[in-house]
Design a protein around this ligand. Structure first.
Ligand SMILES: [Zn+2]
Length: 294
């Protein structure tokens, strides 16, 4: 029997464009479009990022979005806490030299506030994702302490030190991550490590000048259907070669959902993945299945 290959549809719900006044109906329409696609093509299973940011600290924890989160979770989806501390920041609030993710104390407050605010609505985050695929031990400590055990920030192969992105040694399938050696597998004696689900990758270096996500990754906006199908085929071959199950995520963004090119690309790619052995899961199910294999 072929090894299982699970995938999480990893939806980034950042509103775009960033610098225009909030238009909730327009953003909500894109969210609904995304939900319909995930319902129809991935069984409603996936992780939807709920943004908190200097610009929109509470916007997505209020009406009209709360009802959307209820519908999303009722349909089998889960929620990801997504602090966008740099991208969604007015010029005067920007970090002067680096990134706000460096500030462990700030991030602890952001995470605790978001988790408590969502809990008041009777909802909970099951996963966490930073912008820029950044990660820091202090951030991991804070979301773990707030009850979130799964991270979706890992972009294997990427190295962007100014943004705290270093996944050069990351495994290509889900793993328990070391706190001391962030981005690497935890040793057997590490207590309660975080479960990391990386973006699907074919193992080839990114060809963009900054080595960011491109056609070598499962990423709807920076690739094509053909390239994502090719990456998926490589993940299937890897599962067979290693005779080991694989768990990866496919990153997609709601801000493109008004454009039929991106909608069709996502539908076509999800269909391809499901036709070629991929099983859609939400993050908690991915973790439970991984644990059952150990
Ligand atoms: Zn984002």
């Amino acid at each position: 029997m072929s090894p299982s290959i699970l995938f999480v549809t990893n939806v980034d719900g950042d509103p775009d464009p960033e610098n225009t006044p909030p238009n909730n109906p327009l953003v909500l329409e894109k969210y609904r479009t995304m939900k319909q696609i995930v319902d129809d093509h991935a069984g409603g299973k996936g992780a939807f990022c709920l943004q908190t940011s200097p610009m929109y600290r509470r916007r997505f924890f209020e009406a009209p979005f709360v009802e959307f989160w209820r519908a999303w979770t009722a349909g089998g989806g889960e929620l990801t806490l997504h602090p966008e501390e740099d991208l969604y920041c007015l010029p005067q609030d920007k970090h002067p030299t680096g990134t706000h993710y460096q500030d462990g104390e700030r991030m602890r407050r952001v995470i605790e506030d978001a988790v408590a605010t969502l809990a008041q609505l009777g909802l909970a985050f099951s996963a966490y994702k930073n912008g820029y695929h950044a990660q820091m031990p202090a951030i991991v400590d804070s979301f773990k302490a707030a009850g979130i055990g799964i991270d979706l920030s890992c972009a294997p192969g990427l190295y962007w030190p100014e943004k705290l992105t270093d996944w050069r040694k990351a495994p290509l399938s889900a793993f328990y991550m070391s706190r001391a050696r962030l981005g690497e597998q935890a040793s057997a004696d590490e207590a309660d490590p975080v479960f990391q689900i990386p973006f699907g990758w074919d193992g080839q270096p990114s060809e963009t000048p900054r080595r960011l996500l491109d056609t070598h990754y499962l990423v709807n906006e920076f690739s094509t259907h053909e390239a994502m199908a090719r990456v998926w085929d490589e993940i299937v071959r890897r599962a067979e070669r290693q005779d080991r199950p694989q768990i990866v995520s496919l990153l997609c963004h709601t801000y493109t959902m008004a454009d039929p090119i991106y909608r069709d690309r996502l539908k076509q790619t999800l269909d391809y993945i499901v036709r070629h052995g991929g099983e859609p899961v939400a993050p908690s199910e991915a973790k439970a299945r991984f644990d059952s294999w150990r």
